[in-house]
Write a protein that binds this ligand. Structure first.
Ligand code: FAD
Length: 303
C-alpha cells in the first residue's frame, strides 16, 4: 500500500530505527520494536548504511519484522551511491518477497576513501530508475530545511529536490532541524518551486551533548541559541539533559502540528522510551489535528 494516502486525512506520525550491529541477531531489536508498536505509528522506516549491498540483509529482515510480525507498514532506506543497477534490483526483489513496497531513495552518505560506483550519483537518478523498473514501489526522498551541506546554494538544492519529485518521489522526509522557522521558510520555497507532495518534518530528540555534537558535525544543521543554552546549562546532568531534550522536541512538534505540518518523522535512535514519552506528550495534538483534517477532507469530497 502506498503511504501517500495516509496524508489525506491525518497528521502522520512515523518513526525511524536502525538495524542492530552486523554481528547481533535481528531479534536484538525486537523489544525496542515492540515498545514502539504500542505507539501505533503510521509507519517505521529502517536505515541502511551507504556502504553497500553486502549488509542490506539487516535492513530487510528488520523491515520484515516490522511489517509482517508487528503489522506496521515498513519503509526501507535505499542509498544508491555505492550500488550497481543489479544490486538495487536485487534489494528490491528481496523487499518484494516480504511485501515491503515502500522505500526511501537516497544518494547515501559518502564514505571517506571509498570510490562511488558511478551509476547513482544523485538520488534523482535512483528515484527515476526505481520508478521505471519497479513501478509497484512507492518512493520517498529526503529534503533539507537548512539546505544540504554540500549544496551549491538553496536555489540549486530546491531545484534538485524538484527533480526527485518529478522523477517519481511521492513523499518527502526532512533532515532534522532545531529551528521550526527553517522548516516554514523551506516549505514556502517548495511551494514556490511547485513541489506539492506531502513533506514530513524530521525531529530528533537530542538528549546528550556528544550526540548533538556528532549530529551537527555530520549534517551541518545549525543549533539555535535556545538549544545551546540547554546544552550549556544541563550537559553535566544526564537526567536534566534528557528531560530538556525531550521537552524541546515536544515543543517543536506541537508548534509544527499546530501550523498544519503533513507529518512528523521521529528519529528514535532506537530509544523507545524517549519516543514513548514524546508520543504521550503529543498524541492528543495529533488526534485533534487529524480530526480537523479529516473533516476538511470530507467537506471537500462532498462539494
Ligand atoms: P541528493 O538528493 O542526491 O542530494 C545530495 C546533494 O547533491 C545536495 O547538495 C543536492 O543539492 C545535490 N544534487 C542533487 N541532485 C543533483 C544533481 N542531479 N546534480 C547536481 N547536484 C545534485 N544515508 C545513508 O547512507 N543511509 C540512510 O539510511 C540514510 N537515511 C536518511 C534518512 C533521511 C530522512 C535523511 C534526510 C537522510 C538520510 N541519509 C541516509 C543521509 C543522506 O544519504 C545524506 O544526507 C546524503 O548526503 C544526501 O542524500 P540525498 O538522497 O538527499 O541526496
Amino acid at each position: 500500500m502506498s503511504l501517500t494516502a495516509l496524508f489525506n486525512d491525518k497528521t502522520v506520525f512515523s518513526l525511524e530505527v536502525f538495524p542492530p550491529k552486523k554481528d547481533s541477531p535481528k531479534e536484538a531489536i525486537l523489544p525496542t520494536l515492540q515498545q514502539l508498536q504500542a505507539i501505533n505509528p503510521d509507519f517505521i522506516s529502517v536505515t541502511l548504511g551507504a556502504g553497500g549491498s553486502d549488509h542490506y540483509t539487516g535492513t530487510v529482515s528488520i523491515a520484515d519484522l516490522i511489517q509482517n510480525q508487528l503489522n506496521i507498514p515498513a519503509v526501507a532506506h535505499v542509498p544508491g551511491l555505492y550500488q550497481t543497477e543489479s544490486q538495487v534490483l536485487n534489494l528490491l526483489d528481496h523487499l518484494s518477497e516480504i511485501n515491503v513496497k515502500n522505500i526511501l531513495a537516497l544518494r547515501g552518505d559518502k564514505i571517506p576513501g571509498k570510490e562511488p560506483v558511478g551509476v547513482f550519483n544523485h538520488a534523482n537518478e535512483l528515484v527515476s530508475f526505481v520508478h521505471k523498473n519497479r513501478p509497484d514501489f512507492s518512493i520517498a526522498s529526503a529534503c533539507y530545511p537548512d539546505c544540504h551541506a554540500e549544496a551549491t546554494g538553496f536555489v540549486d538544492d530546491i531545484a534538485h529536490l524538484k527533480e526527485k519529485v518529478d522523477a517519481g518521489a511521492d513523499h518527502l522526509i526532512s533532515q532534522l532541524f532545531f529551528d521550526n522557522q527553517s522548516f516554514y521558510d523551506f516549505k514556502e520555497k517548495t511551494e514556490i518551486a511547485g513541489i506539492h507532495v506531502p513533506i514530513e518534518a524530521g525531529i530528533m530528540p537530542c538528549t546528550n551533548k556528544k550526540q548533538i555534537e556528532r549530529i551537527t558535525q555530520i549534517t551541518g544543521v545549525p543549533l539555535p541559541k535556545k538549544f545551546s543554552a540547554i546544552l550549556d546549562r544541563y550537559q553535566d546532568s544526564k537526567l536534566a539533559m534528557k528531560d530538556a531534550g525531550i521537552a524541546f522536541a515536544v515543543d517543536q512538534i506541537i508548534d509544527l502540528v499546530s501550523e498544519g505540518v503533513d507529518g512528523i518523522h521521529l528519529y528514535t535512535m532506537n530509544h523507545a522510551d524517549i519516543a514513548e514519552r514524546i508520543w504521550e506528550a503529543t498524541k492528543s495534538v495529533f488526534e485533534a489535528a487529524s480530526q480537523k483534517k479529516a473533516e476538511k477532507a470530507e467537506k471537500a469530497s462532498n462539494h
